[in-house]
Design a protein around this ligand. Structure first.
Ligand SMILES: [Zn+2]
Length: 841
């Protein structure tokens, strides 16, 4: 979360845990008794693992063992399916469970259910999907999943008569084991309830996120991570009626379950809202019986589409977040604020109860769920019927890649003029469409998802939300777009034609080869060439060659520069083929317009050596975004240098140092550090400072950028205590999109046009630089194009910097006030980062 951590709300709730523990004990005794009678042949998790569930944390491979044991013991009722592997090679699993009859008929149940999305089929089973431990250190979830699996096969097997349950015991095994292994290493023996003891304080690299420190509960729509990509492929095969994402929040919070809080996205149907309440009331019945505390309708809203609750909801299901108090702080037991004890066993009992109660409600309502699911897919009466997109073909390809993963259909347009809302001007207008235009319509099974991801502005029923309020894909991908109120027909063939790359013309005859610079695809190509020791130049001025115009930043690969390369032509061919990229050969370096290839305006791209700061003071998520960008998007090496030992590192070995955003820079960037950094830059270093890292570089002893403070209103008025939250958001920007101006002559902006839509994540603001303001907000242009920005924040960001470059001695500082790598999904921002590495000197 960005502003208000969704995982630990700051409210003062408390639980009477002693009473609840007694009841848990009685409950488990009665469960144990019935289990002995019913499930004689099947071992419970405690019996299988050799310790009582809740007295140890179970490592991922042991969880896998238990699921495998169950599937092997009752194969007619449980099937296990491995849908992928994590970055650290752990298996990603789901278990299907139902009655033997249903399981024998599983494929038929699935296809009848999917046919329901097109109004056909004859489904009669409820499909419930339970996802555990998306946040690795919210570690009770996976433990609870084992008990829930066992009980559904024993004491609660009647729920399975008309229900198929799909259980993902752990969405994030890398994060979970990071937490569990850490806890096992540092726990006291016996475990210590004292919240000050180390076992309650995870280190910087906590278990919450995945290997690349991405929050997988923000990634369902963007699919930047391998866990999400592989899971979604499988999710689309089932599209469950009900999906639960099990979480944990701060230790002192009572349990949260549905119904969710406002804002609800407007596509959510009355039935979906109503059913959240039905489920919530069933949970409340059990919680009331046990005297457990809980809350509903607060904090956890349903708007941002990339969550484990909203994403299934926009696919026709009832998506819910359940939050237990505990998470990475709680360990096996902890003393709460009011002096009670919260144990892992308590946490298991709660998640286990809501898991079973969810299946119970679904089982009772299978018929209704199927009827409403069908209605959801038929009802697509949205204002905008089609979205038409024009622009750089690499960017369209990147977007198509995302749409394919969501199974969203698209095609190319025919030659025509389309009318509708123009994303660039923000007004009604027209746009030319052609066979190169991408058309995406809501008239398809995934139409609701199309609306949510493409619409220019999501309607906000409440501005107090826990996440970003804007994400519209045309802005994120940097494409010209038009939202049409009438359906736009597809062109002939209705598919998308993919042209093969032209590599036959890469041969020894040419003087040089040229390609444009406009996308991450081009940046990946360059990155590959640099690593294969091929020297590449870039044009600082536009030029014309053989009648074709090339923009600034175009790549020029000359034979002369590579005369010492042992295998120049073959390597170039291979790399161009790999990246499906066409190069234009030329027989001369003499241009028709612009600067010749031998000019000093045609510069060599350096083979830069990059380091990134990690550990305190950086944020794990923002560090992870940089790490992932280099390794999984740009495919360029980087050294990760921890703040713990950075003083012992000789930075003269590096050309670039990246400071990811973070909250701890104020204390970290002391006078001597700042002095060293300035000296390193003056000697030719290139410093990339992102968002939260910037402020610590300013001030009396810092570089030249100045923070802009908001002018405080001097007329103090009395505000009601209750209105303080609403008042606070006046100064906030909760992830909104702004139209910014670009100096396209600057190397940092090569490949961009004169307008850039930036995702602003906060109200930090800096004055223009004297020289080198490359992307900036102009005065009077500060209301968001999409999303929420408070009135005071809007005033503050007028005439401020978004991206800029300050020269200092022989080096430079690149400021990224907005974060173009945020959650890895703002595709059109990433080239700024590549420019910072390769083009800016
Ligand atoms: Zn969570």
């Amino acid at each position: 979360m960005y502003f208000y951590p969704r995982y630990s709300c700051q409210k003062l709730f408390y639980t009477n845990l002693k009473l609840s523990r007694l009841r848990t004990l009685l409950l488990s005794l009665s469960l144990l008794f019935s289990v002995i009678v019913i499930g004689q042949d099947l071992k419970s998790p405690s019996e299988f693992l050799g310790y009582e569930l809740g007295t140890q944390f179970t490592r991922h491979h042991e969880v896998v063992d238990y699921y495998q044991y169950i599937a092997a013991t009752v194969p007619n009722q449980v099937q296990l399916h491995e849908y992928g592997k994590t970055n650290e090679r752990k298996p990603l699993l789901v278990a299907y469970l139902s009655t033997a009859d249903n399981m024998a008929n599983l494929e038929n149940i699935r296809t009848e259910h999917l046919k329901n999305t097109t109004g056909e089929g004859n489904p009669n089973k409820a499909i419930v999907w339970l996802s555990y431990n998306v946040h690795g250190n919210e570690s009770v979830s996976t433990e609870a999943s084992m008990q829930t699996l066992y009980d559904l096969l024993t004491v609660k097997k009647e729920y399975l008569e008309n229900t198929v349950v799909i259980m993902d015991p752990c969405i994030n095994p890398d994060g979970r084991d990071r937490y569990v292994n850490w806890y096992n290493q540092y726990k006291n023996t016996p475990n210590n309830l004292d919240p000050n003891s180390k076992e309650h304080h995870e280190p910087w690299q906590s278990g919450r996120a995945n290997h690349y420190m991405f929050d997988l509960n923000r990634d369902w729509a963007w699919l930047t991570q391998v866990e999400s990509q592989q899971r979604l492929k499988f999710f689309n095969k089932w599209l469950p009626h009900v999906h639960v994402d099990f979480h944990e929040q701060g230790v002192d919070n009572p349990y949260f379950f549905a119904p969710a809080s406002e804002p609800f996205h407007e596509v959510i149907t009355d039935f979906q809202r109503g059913f959240q309440e039905t489920i919530g009331k069933n949970h409340a019945k059990y919680f009331d019986e046990n005297g457990w505390f809980y809350f509903t309708k607060e904090v956890f809203d349903l708007l941002y589409p990339s969550y484990g609750d909203t994403y299934p909801t926009y696919n026709g299901g009832i998506g819910m977040t359940y939050e237990q108090g505990g998470s990475g702080r709680a360990g096996l037991g902890i003393t709460t604020r009011i002096g009670d004890t919260l144990t892992l066993k308590d946490r298991i009992a709660h998640h286990h109860t809501t898991g079973l109660s969810t299946v119970e409600v679904a089982a009772m309502n299978a018929k209704k769920l199927n009827a409403e699911f069908k209605k959801f897919y038929q009802n697509k009466n949205y204002k905008y019927k089609s979205y038409v997109l024009n622009g750089d073909s690499d960017k369209i390809d990147a977007l198509r890649g995302l749409l394919d993963q969501h199974e969203i259909k698209y095609g190319s347009a025919s030659n025509s003029t389309v009318k509708g809302f123009n994303y660039k001007t923000g007004r009604m207008g027209t746009m030319r469409a052609s066979e190169n235009s991408l058309v995406v319509s809501v008239n398809q099974p995934k139409g609701t998802l199309v609306k949510v991801l493409f619409e220019p502005k999501a309607k906000l029923s409440d501005s107090v939300t826990y996440d970003i309020t804007a994400w519209s894909l045309p802005y994120a991908y940097g494409l010209d777009a038009l939202a049409s109120t009438s359906k736009v027909n597809l062109g002939a063939g209705s598919g998308w034609k993919i042209l093969p790359p032209v590599t036959a013309n890469i041969n020894d005859e040419a003087y040089a080869f040229i390609t444009d610079w406009s996308s991450m695809k081009d940046a990946r190509f360059l990155s590959d060439l640099i690593q294969r020791k091929i020297r590449v130049r870039y044009a600082m001025k536009p030029f014309t060659m053989d009648g074709k115009n090339y923009k600034r930043g175009s790549l020029i690969i000359t034979k002369a520069d590579n005369k010492n390369h042992t295998d120049f032509i073959e390597t170039l061919k291979e790399v161009a083929n790999k990246h499906v990229l066409s190069l234009t050969p030329t027989s001369t370096g003499f241009v028709e317009g612009g600067k010749d290839f031998g000019s000093s305006y045609v510069q060599m791209i350096p083979d830069v050596k990059v380091a990134v700061l990690s550990g305190e003071p950086t944020s794990t998520l923002q560090f992870g975004e940089v790490w992932h960008f280099f390794e999984q998007q740009l495919h360029y090496p980087l050294a990760v240098i921890d703040s713990d030992y950075m003083n012992r590192v000789d930075f003269s070995e590096y050309d670039v140092l990246v400071l990811p955003s973070g909250w701890g820079y104020r204390g970290f960037m002391n006078e001597s550090r700042l002095k060293d950094l300035k000296e390193w830059v003056a000697n030719g270093g290139k410093l990339i400072a992102m968002s939260g890292a910037i402020k610590s570089l300013t001030g009396k002893n810092g570089f030249g950028l100045t923070p802009k403070e908001s002018k405080k209103d001097s007329s103090v008025t009395v505000q009601a205590y209750e209105s303080s939250e609403r008042d606070r958001i006046k100064g906030a920007i909760t992830g909104a999109i702004f139209k910014t101006t670009v100096d396209t002559t600057h190397p940092l902006a090569y490949g961009y046009e004169d307008i850039y839509f930036s995702l602003k994540l906060g109200a930090d603001a800096y004055d223009y630089l004297d020289n080198g303001s490359v992307v900036y907000l102009e005065e009077g242009n500060t209301s968001p194009i999409s999303g929420f920005a408070g009135s005071e924040a809007q005033k503050k960001i007028g005439k401020t910097l978004v991206f800029g470059v300050e020269s200092h001695g022989r080096g430079s500082v690149i400021y990224m006030v907005d974060n173009p790598l945020f959650r890895g999904f703002w595709e059109n921002g990433k080239l700024f980062f590549a420019n910072a590495l390769f083009m800016v000197n």
